[in-house]
Every structure is written in structure tokens, then in C-alpha cells.
Design a protein around this ligand. Structure first.
Ligand SMILES: [Zn+2]
Length: 178
């Protein structure tokens, strides 16, 4: 049976679907919608969504929170035999943390050519000679869904912004400021 034939039932697609559900939670909380899960065997051991605004913590990326949660679940910082699924290519901070935790694989949805650290801008996961662990990378899993949730989030944010500015301007005109 080919991977294509399996479609949505392919485990990578299924688990990325779970990561996308986490991204939707972020969206609902007005956070940049990125979600991550960590799987060991066929068990999801950690789920997390980006919570930078919620926690007022610039390090609270979905991957960082998922790594901490997986380490707690396993009682070990070594995530051997684990796969991290994340909707967007990890940034350098997250990629650095991922290498330290040593999961076998990292699967992501959409790439980030500007700031990605899994091959987009740089590659800390695979070609990192001074580091002592390398992760296998697979990209482009449910890419369209992962791109579209980000696009609609930023479109909405721009519209909210524009509306806010328009309201402010109208208010200023009402008060004769402009
Ligand atoms: Zn990150």
C-alpha cells in the first residue's frame, strides 16, 4: 500500500491533524496559531499550542511547551523513540531545544524560509556537526492546512488593526481632533 493511498489515515497525516487541533486552540486564544504534539510509539505523550501572549513569555512556543510536557510524561529528558509534529518549521530556539531532547524525528507542516531552523534558513536539526544529536526531518505534511490557518490568522489581525485605526480616526474626527 502506498503512502498516498493511505491519505488521511497515514500516521503522519493523522498526527499532524492533532497538531493542527492545537493550532486551532492557539487561534481561539488570539495567539499565532502553531500547534505541536509529541508521539512515542502510537501514543501522544504531549500536546501544546503557542502561548507567548497568554503566558507573557517569548519562549512559550508550542514546541518548547510540548518538549517540557513530554519530558514530564516520560520522567526523562531523553525523548528517544519520539516524533515531534509541529504545524510550522521550528525556529532556532526550538530547534536548539529539540536537539537537546533528542527525539528521533521532527515532522512539520509548512516551512519558514526566513527564520526556520530545520532547513528553511538554517538547519540545526540535521547538519549540526558540533551538536551530538541529529533528527530525521520530514516537511510538507498537511502543508496547505498549516499554511491556511496562519494566513487567516494574520489576515484577521490586519483587518482588526485596520478597523481599530478607522474607529480611532472616526473618533478623532468626531471630537474635532483632525
Ligand atoms: Zn520556536
Amino acid at each position: 500500500m502506498s503512502d498516498n493511498f493511505l491519505g488521511d489515515f497515514h500516521p503522519d497525516n493523522f498526527y499532524m491533524g492533532q497538531a493542527l487541533r492545537e493550532a486551532q486552540r492557539a487561534y481561539a486564544a488570539q495567539e499565532v496559531p502553531i500547534g505541536a504534539i509529541i508521539v512515542k510509539g502510537d501514543q501522544v505523550i504531549a500536546r501544546a499550542w503557542n502561548q507567548v501572549e497568554t503566558l507573557k513569555d517569548a519562549t512559550a512556543h508550542a514546541e518548547m511547551l510540548a518538549l517540557t510536557s513530554a519530558q514530564n510524561a516520560l520522567g526523562d529528558w531523553r525523548l528517544e523513540g519520539c516524533t515531534l509534529f509541529v504545524t510550522k518549521e521550528p525556529c532556532p530556539m526550538c530547534a536548539g531545544a529539540i536537539v537537546h531532547c533528542r527525539p528521533d524525528r521532527v515532522v512539520f507542516g509548512c516551512g519558514d524560509p526566513k527564520a526556520g531552523a530545520a532547513g528553511g534558513w538554517i538547519n540545526l536539526l540535521e547538519s549540526n556537526p558540533p551538536l551530538n544529536h541529529r533528527c530525521e526531518i520530514l516537511s510538507g505534511v498537511l502543508e496547505d492546512e498549516c499554511v491556511s490557518i496562519l494566513k487567516s490568522f494574520f489576515r484577521e489581525a490586519r483587518e482588526r488593526n485596520a478597523l481599530g485605526k478607522a474607529h480611532k480616526k472616526a473618533g478623532e474626527q468626531d471630537r474635532g481632533i483632525v
